[in-house]
Ligand binder design. Structure first.
Ligand SMILES: Nc1ncnc2c1ncn2[C@@H]1O[C@H](COP(=O)(O)OP(=O)(O)OP(=O)(O)O)[C@@H](O)[C@H]1O
Ligand SMILES: [Mg+2]
Length: 455
């Protein structure tokens, strides 16, 4: 894209002056267009896209200031450089206020002009790169900064390591706050496309028409307010990766268009007829139960199959309680440092309190709780009093959600499973597990031996 010749429009009613600028510019390998007055310039800007405009102020048919106003309305991001024979501070200020990028006094020093043009292009390129960079969440992120040692998370890492380097479409499922976005970033960072753009869009944040214009871009005049042509996220992500977040919230009409890009790699911009071809790797995420959405007719079955080439389900935090202490320590050191506090860790009672809660908001909720505690605590260790009053107990929630009791199973079998689950949820804390199970530590030890449970 950057190898394309930059298109510069020169607007001046003095032909010889235009020729002089053109001669200097062509040497720099720019593509030059000319207009004789403001009216002609406006007409050209309405029809075509220019990377930069150099314009005289004093012209007979529509002067430079009027043209500048109009051009900024049509295409606000085009840099316009103004030149005039009269060094009047007032006009200069007016032009700059109207959004002129630069102001030159005639006779022009072409070296200064060329330098300024080049600097502007460099700046714009940096700005564009920066924008993409900002969208690359956790830029220098590695898989090692995803915390988790539970079996459930180890399985997630395994699938991630296998699928990230391929170009396969990945569907990340999981409740809100489980780390879907973090996993999406990790896939990108570990992919073959890590040097290419990583573009993100939240499909739940925008109404249908705006979402489509964001995804596919639009031609000038496609709808009221579409004053200039715009590339969509699919185009920006070309050769790279597009993260479609909250895909379960996309309307059926938009789903059909996305399906076409996935199948054919092509689409049309809104209000346009030209077919645009792209090569984009898709990572999608949702906290909805997509299969249920398919059954209810809210989500296209074909799109669901297309997306779930590699499905990754991130378990809820209450299903991997072993990760709680680890995550809590991780967030504590992060936020203690950020707030200049010296906090070494948690008292056992505080950790216990964290483990008993069932975290409906998952890791995000845990992170918020720890951040708040790090700010509020002036002790070396976080105490239970510093933590919020959680009302629902984790264990009760776990047992309710996953009934181990099903006809056809032996009592021994169920007992073993309950012990296993309780141990897992207490991070192998025998005292705590025995307490929850309502038996002595000694009895628990005996049962662990009897069932040959490995810890
Ligand atoms: N395993 C983890 N290790 C470290 N931080 C994590 C982990 N999982 C989640 N986080 C952190 O928790 C917060 C929420 O994660 P993220 O935004 O990725 O969740 P999400 O599943 O996309 O949530 P939502 O569905 O609400 O969009 C983030 O600040 C993220 O960095
Ligand atoms: Mg998210």
């Amino acid at each position: 894209m950057n190898n394309k010749k930059k298109k510069i429009l020169i607007v001046d009613d003095d032909t010889s002056h235009r020729v002089m600028i053109k001669a200097n510019m062509i040497e720099k390998d720019y593509e030059i267009f000319e207009a004789e007055n403001g009216a002609e310039a406006i007409e050209l800007v309405e029809k075509d896209f220019f990377d930069l405009i150099i314009m005289d102020i004093k012209m007979k048919k529509v002067d430079g200031i009027t043209a500048l106003k109009k051009i900024k309305e049509i295409s606000p991001s085009i840099p316009v450089m103004i030149m005039t024979a009269y060094s009047s501070v007032q006009t200069a200020v007016e032009a700059l206020k109207l959004g002129a990028a630069e102001y030159f006094v005639k006779p022009l020093d072409m070296e200064t002009v060329c330098h300024s043009v080049e600097r502007t292009f460099n700046y714009l390129m940096l700005q564009k790169e920066n924008k993409t960079l900002k969208e690359q969440l956790h830029k220098n992120f590695e898989i090692s900064s995803i915390i988790g040692k539970s079996i459930a998370m180890l399985k997630v890492f395994e699938v991630l390591a296998l699928s990230a380097p391929s170009d396969a479409t990945i569907l990340i499922l999981g409740e809100s706050g489980t780390g879907k976005e973090l996993i999406a970033s990790a896939i990108y960072q570990n992919s073959n496309r890590k040097e290419k753009p990583f573009i993100k869009i939240n499909c739940a944040a925008l109404p249908e028409n705006l979402l489509e214009s964001e995804l596919f871009g639009h031609e000038k005049g496609a709808f009221t307010g579409a004053v200039a042509k715009r590339e969509g996220r699919f185009e920006l992500a070309n050769s790279g990766t597009l993260f479609l977040d909250e895909i379960g919230d996309m309307t059926l009409a938009t789903q059909a268009k996305v399906l076409r890009v996935l199948q054919e790699g092509e689409f049309e911009r809104l209000g346009g007829e030209k077919t645009v071809k792209v090569d984009v790797r898709i990572i999608a995420a949702t906290n909805k139960d997509l299969e249920a959405e398919v059954k209810e007719g809210n989500f296209r079955k074909d799109l669901f199959f297309r997306l779930s080439v590699v499905p990754i389900t991130i378990p809820a935090l209450r299903e991997r309680m072993q990760d709680i202490p680890l995550l809590a320590e991780f967030f504590l050191s992060k936020y203690a440092e950020k707030n200049n506090r010296i906090i070494r860790g948690f008292t056992p009672a505080a950790l216990d309190k964290l483990m008993r809660y069932d975290w409906p908001g998952n890791v995000r909720e845990l992170e918020n709780v720890i951040e708040r505690s790090a700010i509020m605590s002036f002790d070396q260790l976080i105490k239970p009093e510093t933590l919020p009053d959680f009302t629902n107990a984790a264990t009760a929630a776990v047992i309710e959600r996953e009934p181990v009791l099903q006809p056809g199973r032996s009592i021994k079998d169920v007992e073993k499973e309950l012990i296993l689950k309780t141990l897992e949820s207490t991070n192998n804390n025998i005292t705590r597990a025995a307490e929850l199970l309502g038996i002595s530590r000694r009895t628990l030890h005996n049962k662990i031996n009897e069932y040959k449970i490995e810890m």
